[in-house]
Ligand binder design. Structure first.
Ligand code: ADP
Length: 466
């Protein structure tokens, strides 16, 4: 038993499921069949017994109605009336108290043996016995015919009853076989339907373990039930993991690539210092300044890389005043670039937006600072904030050097710098707009850029309303 239990436990989920569904259907059917069989059998037998009892009662009433002076001889001559009372398949015999047959109505079955104890017949007990190979109901009862006292015996064959019970049994067995086939197919179908997505999930997991995140299999199970939920949760988990994984790889690749140059510069300058710097104050000064510059650049680069690698969720319930945040950024940049001229226009009724103060500040800072840095004249930054019923638009225009059409699609890519020659004077990392894009995606902000070379660039931000 223990071994069987262990064996069952180790079966596949599909087999267990099939077994459970199949066994439930079969056991339920078997129980219903047994109850049905026995209740129908009892009901049919009761009917047969009532039938037999009624004939006995009718014949007794008939004898009583013949009056006290009727003789056996008179009855023997006229059995036609009694034949009308007794059913065709039944046989009624009248015996004297010595067991000798006096009258017989019908002769379908032979007589059942009589007991020598006459008292047994007083109550007219109903017996279910075999009479010369025929299954039958037998009733033996004391009767009074005029002055004659004898025993009436009714033999009621149960041929019809037996046939019906046999047919019932056969029908139930036949339905049982059909139920078994049905149970097997339905449990197979159900087990397949239920286990298929789980198997697909297992295969997907094995695939990720063996191949990594490349070409992850997708699930075609789309139902909105627990299994569907499980698959969707797994899929989104894997997507998140894949993004984190790719970002991590990208971070390592970007960081090692971008940090190599400043480290080489620092290394070169330190070597120069060791050789000549000790004696030449000019070289010392120049090298130290370059090293400091490179370290500042590295610091900025590392900060920006970390910011991009960190995938923090959007701040829920954030509510920021655009004008206030813009003012803060303008004040900061005015200090850094005092010659910059800022203009601002507000259309509509100001409302707060669902973006964190920090993210909004960073977005404004990156875009506006670019407008100032990539500029060969006095920088003019014009910001128009338009509050409409469905959206809030912020348009940031500069009068800078512009971006040519061929470069425009790539300015949000990591480390993308339009033209090294024209940008070498500005200390960019090529990460500012990638960070802006990442923050915009996080807060569902749409960004559009238009630019004309040597004429200026316009960024249009579309914020969703809270
Ligand atoms: P960076 O740190 O180099 O400024 P960004 O990601 O902020 O990096 O910008 C990517 C490139 O796009 C910049 O190197 C620059 O060439 C170009 N760019 C961005 N904004 C402007 C602008 N307002 N005017 C001209 N060129 C711009």
């Amino acid at each position: 038993m223990k071994k069987l239990k262990q064996k069952l436990r180790n079966q596949s989920l599909k087999s267990k499921w099939m077994l459970a569904v199949g066994a439930t259907i079969i056991i339920s059917y078997a129980m219903i069949s047994i109850i049905l069989y026995f209740s129908l059998q009892t009901w049919l037998l009761n009917n047969e017994e009532k039938n037999a009892q009624r004939t006995v009662d009718d014949v007794t009433t008939f004898f009583e109605s013949q009056g006290p002076s009727v003789t056996i001889q008179q009855l023997q001559k006229n059995t036609a009336l009694m034949k009308a009372i007794v059913n065709q398949e039944q046989t009624v015999r009248i015996f004297n108290l010595d067991g000798v047959e006096i009258i017989r109505i019908n002769d379908v079955t032979t007589a059942a043996p009589l007991s020598s104890d006459v008292d047994e017949y007083i109550t007219g007990q109903i017996l279910e016995i075999d009479v010369a190979g025929t299954h039958a109901i037998v009733i033996n009862k004391i009767v009074q015919i005029g002055p004659f006292q004898g025993i009436m015996q009714l033999v009621h064959p149960l041929v019809m009853f037996d046939t019906m019970v046999k047919n019932l049994m056969l029908t139930l067995l036949l339905i049982g076989v059909c139920t078994l086939l049905f149970a097997i197919s339905i449990s197979y179908y159900l087990a397949n339907a239920l286990i298929k997505p789980i198997t697909a999930l297992r295969d997907a997991m094995v695939h990720v373990r063996e191949e990594g995140f490349v070409m992850q299999p997708s699930f075609d199970y789309q139902l909105d039930d627990e299994i569907g939920d499980l698959l969707r949760i797994y899929q989104s988990m894997m997507d998140e993991l894949e993004i984190s994984f790719t970002q991590q790889q990208q971070f390592v690749a970007d960081a090692s690539h971008e940090l190599r140059t400043p480290i080489q510069v620092i290394e070169g300058n330190l070597a120069l210092l060791r050789r000549w710097g000790k004696d030449d104050p000019e070289i010392l000064d120049e090298s130290l300044a370059t090293i400091l510059e490179e370290i500042t650049r590295m610091k900025k680069l590392i900060e920006e890389l970390l910011q991009l690698a960190r995938r923090e969720n959007a701040e829920q319930g954030a509510s920021t005043d655009i004008i206030e945040e813009l003012q803060k950024v303008e004040n900061e940049l005015q200090l850094l670039y005092p010659q910059t001229v800022f203009n601002r226009f507000v259309v509509g009724q100001p409302v707060n937006i669902n973006v964190s103060t920090q993210a909004l500040g960073q977005i404004f800072r990156n875009i506006i600072e670019n407008g100032i840095r990539y500029n060969e004249t006095v920088p003019h930054i014009k910001v128009t904030i338009h509050y409409s019923v469905d959206n809030i638009y912020v348009q940031i225009e500069d009068n800078g050097i512009g971006i040519s059409e061929e470069h425009l699609p790539y300015i949000f890519d990591r480390f993308y710098r339009v033209d090294e020659a024209r940008t070498q004077t500005t200390s960019g990392t090529g990460l500012g707009l990638s960070i802006t894009k990442m923050l915009a995606n996080k807060y569902n902000i749409e960004i559009e850029v238009k630019s004309t070379l040597y004429n200026g660039t316009t960024f249009l931000l579309q914020f969703p309303l809270i």
